[in-house]
Design a protein around this ligand. Structure first.
Ligand code: PLP
Length: 224
């Protein structure tokens, strides 16, 4: 696609986000993170040229390659994938703006050690498996507040900013909605949390209506 086609696509997405957020409140601001895992650096550059600034990858090696190819652009990079312990140092070398998928106390402890050694801090979101799906990563909703508070207390180099959740994998809108409401309810109880990252291409309007203020959009922004 050329830049003009991208612009038409993203304008439509922005209109849909606007409509959904205004149903919540005119003061409810929603940030769009473009998930570029299906795309090339050339596509990212086109989207950057029409104003998109936040992009996300889900594999450390892809994040590394694309940050390098696009190093001249002041892009805000997010990492949204599962992080294996042996990739922590690689991720820290890239130093993303936000790591959205912190999903256990164990990983947090290991991450804290490496951050301390490098004298760095990292903004993170706690990944909640709100629908309790076995195939998914994330902490169980009933454990989330406790784990969040423990990380805040024991991992000073991890700066927790809120939560990330993936909507239930279901055709039933009520089931998906329930998973978003579960995650949002936890978010509201966390001290100092400002980011509630929920909603992907297939369910972002519903997520926003349930309180999301950050949507992670891939296929709808980078259509094939
Ligand atoms: C791939 C991915 C997305 C984007 O998915 P789409 O359905 O293409 O919008 C969002 N969040 C996470 C964690 C992902 O891995």
């Amino acid at each position: 696609m050329n830049e003009l086609e991208y612009k038409l696509y993203i304008d439509d997405v922005i209109r849909r986000v606007e409509t959904a957020r205004l149903k919540v409140s005119e003061h409810h601001i929603v940030k769009i993170v473009a998930v570029s895992k299906y795309s090339t650096s050339g596509d990212i550059q086109k989207l950057y040229n029409i104003g998109q600034r936040a992009f996300a990858e889900n594999k450390v090696q892809d994040l590394k390659a694309k940050t390098k190819e696009l190093e001249d652009l002041p892009i805000e990079w997010h990492f949204i994938g599962n992080l294996q312990k042996n990739k922590i140092n690689n991720l820290l070398t890239i130093n993303p703006s936000l790591f959205q998928a912190l999903d256990s106390l164990d990983l947090a402890t290991e991450l804290q050690k490496k951050l301390l050694a490098k004298e760095m801090t990292l903004d993170c979101l706690l990944h909640i498996n709100a629908a309790k799906e076995e195939s998914k990563h994330g902490v169980m909703p009933e454990d989330a507040i406790n784990i969040y508070n423990t990380i805040q207390k024991e991992c000073p180099n991890i700066k927790l900013k809120g939560i990330m959740s993936i909507g239930a994998h279901s055709q039933d809108k009520e089931v998906v909605k329930e998973s978003f409401l579960t995650a949002h309810k936890i978010y509201e109880q966390l001290e100092g949390a400002t980011i509630c990252s929920m909603g992907m291409s297939g369910d972002f309007e519903l997520a926003i209506e349930c309180g999301s203020n950050m949507v992670r959009l891939g296929s709808i922004i980078f259509p094939k």
